[in-house]
Design a protein around this ligand. Structure first.
Ligand code: ADP
Ligand code: MG
Length: 897
């Protein structure tokens, strides 16, 4: 169908088909995009790379594409040529054109595209210009140029604005439309220059006063620019249309005979496209991906490409146009540029060594378009009239030659320092802002934590103080109540005792009730201990929290320091309260103990004595317990020996007295002695002997020491810790018979240790013992006598075993006169101890002489006769009989046993 549509198109094809311009024409589609770099043929490409490239990237070959467009007959032609066939016949499906020579001969030419008189403006744009525009958007230079005889439709093809009919819009408008759709308003920019080349002068169509613009070539890259030309930034299609209208109004149009609308100047529209892109090989950080800041900065690139749209002046010969005078000059100039273009294209098509680019301004301006780095499309326009057959033929030949021109397409891309700097600046500002935000958030958080910590500390402080106060009050109340109850019980017991005289009944009656009380007190104490432990835990927790808070925020240091001081105060307060609690407990312990004693005394019908006797200190405790722990011991377990011993050093004298009493009572029980000594109780008690200001303390301490001194291991400890000198000092200072009794008892116990004999004497123990006889109290004297008896017994044992010899140390220390004096003391315990002492002394011959001289013999004789104890009587007799000196003295005195 298509071939039928052409007039004179059938049966006339006698001529041979002209060979294609080059072998690769057919295989390349006119629309094809840039070939991949692997298709690049270096041999052909390198030949022309020098001209306009300013990047170092290797180019890709891109031949100049040529389309031919036939204008429909105009009104004149329709009339004048009515009887003639068109000079051309088109075969668009074969992309061929036949040019008739005459009625029977024609020549066939192949083009990249053959556009018939029916081709729409849209199709023309898509086929001819769109691939070029797309290349420009990709960063390549591009050229679309219309060549043809005046009146064949160059301006129609390129420059129509299509204001009344949008389908009539030409390539200029459609190209801009496409560019505007594809660029980014933010990062890209488009500007336009519109120029006219007329008689080798470049005029600015956007500024007519600017009528001699010079061409500048970059010596390094060979790139051509027109720095003097006006560049107008294009934001939308409307502003572009206005610009074109303005340009058109300025365009010099000279009428010719051929067509009143045709122009004899070359119109050049330059569209500069600047696009920012990022290098593909580098990861692009996203807004949300904060971690990739500065990690791999993308490589910012800028692509500065240029689309050149050239509406050439008519290609017809001057003489035919009928120009005269000035018009003739003008036609020559027009032809100068056009013929220079033709020569260049010929040279390029034939691979000529010299391409006369510099011959005209047009060829200089278009150096990148032909044989350069741009993608170039040429549209040659022809008319159908056989009258212009010659012009049409030369136009076709121009197009054919242009098809042979091979360009080396190269992307116009360079590193975008400005954009990089801008991007980094923005990123930096973002980071600064982010940092500021984070810092503020951090400060707020620290402040919040401090405040919270402060609140919590004060809340716990409050709770803790309340709890302690409550506990203290409760303890006090309980203590008062216990005291009251015990007093009531005591009174009740005393009354019962007086009335009935039968303590058996009393014991049975009150025992269980008392035990219940103790149990209650024990429970209370347990509860209290538990509460205290809880409070301690809370304090520790708070301390650790405080530590954490201090770490978290250095800013809140001062505040936390204050809180710490407050907390320390609180701890101190708590310690004081705890001490008070211990005191209360020890008081309770003491009371319990006294009550215990009282009960036992009542049970025995004796008088109340809080401290067990020295002779048999543990008997009272043991007798009623039958293997069970006493209530006192149980309480002692709860309170803990260390805490009681701590109280011995309390600043409060009352507390000290209480504590020492408790310790003394505990020391009376053999089971407690080891624990007391282990906890350093002995040392503490010895220290108390120095507290001259209080007799009670000294008395009770001495009693406790006396009890502890019953144990052999403790005796050595007492000596090691200088106890004998402390006891001696007390013995010489004290006046109170009870104190002296306790001190004497303690020394008496030490006297019974074989290992300590020498030390006792050397450290003044014997002297101290004998010194105490100044107090005539029988209890004191009894302890002194016991000590002497113990010492004498050890000495005699050592003498018998051959460990020692010589006179008794007792005699050395001057004890004998007192011994003799009190050998017949009225008090039975004194008498018995002295009788035993005399027997022991007499057993050693070294003492005999002194004893005889001191009157001891008479006493020994008396013992053999008067002593109420048979064992002692016989011991005395045996002793006297076994001594030579005693026997001879008895003989001399005529004493017979
Ligand atoms: P040139 O710029 O080559 O001198 P113009 O573009 O001015 O030619 O066209 C000359 C006349 O022909 C104009 O009136 C134009 O409208 C008309 N014309 C050109 N090409 C076509 C076409 N393809 N279809 C219809 N009219 C056309
Ligand atoms: Mg024109």
């Amino acid at each position: 169908m298509a071939s039928n549509g052409y007039r004179n198109g059938t049966g006339t094809n006698k001529g041979a088909i002209k060979p294609p311009a080059s072998s690769n024409i057919r295989s390349s589609s006119f629309k094809s995009r840039l070939p991949p770099s692997s298709n690049h043929s270096p041999g052909s490409a390198l030949r022309r790379t020098s001209s306009a490239s300013f990047t170092t990237a290797a180019g890709v070959p891109g031949r100049v594409r040529v389309a031919v467009r036939l204008r429909p007959r105009n009104a004149e032609e329709s009339t004048a040529d009515a009887d003639f066939a068109d000079c051309v016949e088109l075969q668009p499906e074969l992309k061929r054109l036949k040019l008739r020579k005459n009625n029977w001969e024609s020549e066939t030419y192949e083009f990249d595209e053959v556009l018939t008189e029916f081709a729409s403006q849209k199709r023309v744009y898509e086929v001819v210009a769109k691939p070029v525009v797309e290349s420009v958007l990709d960063g390549y230079n591009g050229t679309v140029m219309a060549y043809g005889q005046t009146g064949t439709g160059k301006t129609f093809t390129l420059g129509r604005l299509g204001e009344e009919d949008t389908s009539a819009r030409g390539i200029m408008v459609r190209s801009m439309e496409e560019i505007l759709v594809n660029v980014s308003r933010e990062t890209d920019s488009i500007s336009v220059s519109y120029l006219q080349l007329y008689m080798e002068t470049i005029q600015d169509l956007l500024d007519p006063a600017n009528d001699n613009i010079s061409i500048v070539e970059d010596p390094r890259t060979g790139d051509v620019s027109l720095p003097g030309a006006t560049h107008v930034e294009i934001k939308d299609e409307q502003s572009f249309l206005e610009l074109l209208r303005l340009g058109e109004a300025h365009r010099i149009a000279a009428n010719t005979k051929l067509n009143t609308e045709s122009s004899r100047s070359h119109a050049i529209l330059m569209v500069h496209v600047k696009r920012s892109v990022l290098g593909e090989e580098v990861a692009i950080p996203t807004e949300s991906d904060k971690s990739s800041h500065f990690v791999k900065p993308p490589k910012p690139l800028v692509r500065k490409s240029k689309l050149v749209l050239v509406d050439l002046a008519g290609s017809e010969r001057v003489q035919k146009s009928g120009s005269e005078g000035h018009m003739l000059e003008e036609a020559k100039s027009i032809n100068l540029s056009l013929s220079a273009l033709g020569k260049c294209i010929n040279a390029l098509a034939e691979n000529s060594a010299h391409v006369p680019i510099r011959d005209s301004k047009l060829t200089r301006l278009l150096r990148d378009s032909f044989g350069g780095t741009a993608r170039t499309s040429l549209i040659v326009t022809i008319g159908p009239s056989p009258r212009h057959r010659g012009e049409t033929a030369s136009t076709i030949l121009f197009g054919q030659r242009a098809m042979k021109v091979e360009n080396m397409l190269r992307i116009k891309e360079e590193f975008d320092y400005k954009s990089l700097a801008r991007r980094l600046e923005i990123q930096l500002d973002k980071l600064i802002a982010e940092n500021e935000r984070q810092q503020k958030a951090f400060d707020d958080e620290v402040e919040r934590i401090n405040l919270e910590a402060q609140n919590r500390v004060s809340e716990v402080e409050r709770n803790f103080t309340d709890a302690l106060e409550k506990e203290r009050l409760k303890c006090q109340m309980e203590y008062m109540e216990s005291v009251k109850k015990l007093e009531e019980k005591m009174i009740e017991n005393q009354q019962k005792h007086q009335h009935d005289g039968f303590m058996k009944d009393k014991c049975n009656g009150e025992g269980p009730g008392f035990c219940e009380d103790i149990a209650v007190i024990k429970k209370l104490l347990e509860k209290e201990t538990h509460m205290r432990k809880e409070a301690e835990k809370e304090v520790n927790k708070l301390k650790s929290q405080l530590g954490q808070h201090m770490d978290a925020g250095a800013g809140g240091d001062a505040e936390i320091l204050k809180l710490q001081i407050a907390l320390e105060d609180e701890v101190h307060q708590k310690k004081k309260l705890e001490e008070e609690i211990i005191i209360l407990r020890s008081q309770m312990l003491q009371l319990t103990f006294e009550a215990d004693q009282m009960r036992r005394c009542l049970a025995r019908g004796g008088s109340g004595n809080a401290y067990p006797g020295l002779d048999s200190p543990m008997s009272q405790v043991r007798d009623s317990l039958s293997g069970h722990k006493t209530p006192v011991s149980a309480l002692f377990d709860q309170v803990g020996v260390e805490k009681i011993l701590d109280l011995l050093e309390s600043e409060d004298a009352n507390v000290r007295i209480h504590a020492v009493k408790v310790v003394a009572n505990l020391a009376a029980e053999e089971a407690n002695q080891e624990r007391i000594v282990e906890a350093g109780g002995l040392t503490s008690l010895l220290m108390l002997l120095r507290s001259y200001e209080d007799e009670t303390v000294r008395r009770v301490a001495a009693g406790a020491i006396a009890n502890l001194a019953m144990n052999e291991a403790n005796q050595e400890l007492i000596m090691v810790q200088g106890g004998i000198s402390l006891l001696s000092t007390t013995a010489s200072d004290a006046e109170d018979p009870q104190t002296l009794r306790m001190v004497a008892g303690a020394i008496a116990n030490l006297c019974g240790n074989d290992k300590l004999q020498a030390t006792l004497r050397s450290e003044g123990g014997i002297k101290a013992l004998l010194g105490m006889v100044r107090c005539r109290h029988p209890d004191v004297l009894s302890q002194v006598a016991r000590g002497i008896a113990n010492f004498a017994k050890c000495e005699s044992r050592a003498s018998t075993n051959g460990i020692r010899s010589g006179r008794s140390l007792l005699i050395d220390e001057g004890a004998l006169p007192w011994i003799v004096q009190n050998a017949n003391n009225d008090a039975a315990p004194i008498r018995r101890h002295i009788e035993l002492a005399l027997c022991h002394l007499a057993q050693h011959e070294a003492n005999a002489k002194d004893m005889i001289n001191g009157g001891a013999l008479w006493e020994l004789v008396r013992i053999t006769r008067d002593c109420s104890r048979e064992d002692i009587r016989s011991l005395a007799r045996r002793t006297l009989n076994s001594s030579l000196l005693f026997r001879s003295e008895m003989r001399r005195l005529r004493i017979e046993l």
